[in-house]
Design a protein around this ligand. Structure first.
Ligand SMILES: *[C@@H]1O[C@H](CO)[C@@H](O)[C@H](O)[C@H]1NC(C)=O
Ligand SMILES: *[C@@H]1O[C@H](CO)[C@@H](O)[C@H](O)[C@H]1NC(C)=O
Length: 359
């Protein structure tokens, strides 16, 4: 080989190495920036580990039964659902982004919160008589044309689809939580209890529906309809989470499957958690508001009681914990105990993480 050619190759090689190093450096730099900028005060670190998800209620058919042990890696979780103010700043930065409701031209609103003039002019009844498909309803016109968000900046953003939620989280340098992460954060360190604060129902902890549904909302919790994300104190002292239960359902990135139906024939749905201002304490109407409960919805679904919060991975914490925390052990052996026949687990994605059933 000619010496000229050798030095050319060598130069190319050196340039490649320099590129590689700077590339790595840029990535590192971006990560640091990301950590500083995005994991701001509104998030709380969650150490993760093994915990019990679900509830021991054989009558439930939403998939929350039976309880089982799963494991989550360390992560960060938004303390509050994403607010109207936060979504507004996203829309200002990304003016071309159109929400699903905006594209569809309508969204679902609980009929009792829709002003009468909008009802007659813009709404048509949905399948359930208390839902109205309101033309023009979207995140900044929550009850339809003419309504606004001026006094709602600290309310959870609503009328957001799974795609909207995902887009926002990505923009913020975050992602949607999995169902397991959501439930881990809601439970804090409390094992097997119904609510983030314990096993006993307590008044004044969340925004749910009191009175006779749908027409007589007593609002004894202080709110008829939506409430600010910090209207109540932290629901779990350990994880520091606000507004997990009640107010709005929250999107997660976990696929929702009906267990008794073949997976391949099922429509694409994602798990929503937390219940909303339209749900009940005991399930006499709509859904039971409790930590384990869940609902499946198609990704383009939008409504007045659906919002989200974001999470973020914390790989640096995984490293740290592997080294120092004795709780961070490899998963224990799979139990041989069979779950009840009624709830076939074979096609449940969580089966992979299944370790034992505590009944
Ligand atoms: C926004 O809505 C409030 C009622 O919630 C109303 O009093 C106010 O005039 C509205 N603002 C605008 C600019 O339409
Ligand atoms: C949780 O925090 C609240 C407010 O700081 C306090 O009143 C309550 O006693 C705490 N609960 C527990 C179980 O620590």
């Amino acid at each position: 080989m000619a010496p000229g050619r050798t030095s050319l190759l060598l130069t190319q090689f050196i340039i490649l190495i320099i590129l590689e190093i700077t590339n790595g450096f840029t990535q590192k730099f971006q990560e640091v920036l990301r950590g500083k900028y995005d994991l701001k005060d509104a998030m709380r670190q969650q150490l993760g580990g093994k915990f019990q998800i679900g509830i021991n209620d054989p009558h439930s058919d939403t998939g929350e039964y039976p309880p089982r042990i799963v494991e989550v890696k360390p992560f960060y979780m938004d303390i509050y659902p994403v607010t109207v103010a936060q979504f507004l700043s996203y829309k200002i930065k990304k003016p071309k982004y159109k929400t699903t409701a905006n594209n569809a031209g309508y969204s679902f609103v609980f009929s009792n919160v829709v002003p009468p003039n909008i009802k007659t002019k813009w709404a048509s009844e949905a399948a359930d008589s208390w839902w109205l498909a309101v033309r023009g309803a979207q995140w900044d016109r929550p009850e339809g044309p003419g309504t606004n968000i001026t006094d709602r900046l600290d309310y959870p953003v609503v009328h957001v689809s799974y795609m909207d939620a995902k887009a926002y989280c990505m923009w913020a340098g975050k992602r949607l939580p999995t169902e397991e992460e959501w439930e881990y954060a809601a439970r804090g360190q409390l094992k097997g209890v119904q609510y983030p604060w314990g096993d006993k129902f307590q008044r004044g902890r969340m925004n749910y529906f009191q009175g006779r549904f749908p027409n007589n909302d007593k609002g004894t919790d202080g709110w008829i309809g939506l409430s600010p994300v910090n209207a109540f104190g932290a629901q779990n002292n350990h994880s520091g989470m606000f507004d997990m239960l009640g107010n709005v359902w929250e999107w997660t990135s976990t696929r929702y499957y009906v267990r008794v139906v073949d997976r391949k024939s099922q429509a694409l749905k994602y798990v929503l958690k937390g219940g909303s201002y339209l749900d009940s304490r005991d399930g006499t109407f709509n859904h039971v508001v409790r930590t384990a409960n869940r609902m499946g919805m198609v990704p383009h679904y939008t409504a007045h009681n659906v919002g989200f919060r974001c999470a973020a991975s914390a790989p640096h914490l995984v490293q740290k914990m592997r080294r120092s925390d004795p709780r961070f052990k490899p998963p224990a052996e799979t139990s041989t105990r069979r779950p009840p026949k009624l709830h076939k687990r074979r096609d449940d994605p969580r089966t992979k993480k299944y370790i034992k059933v505590e009944l």
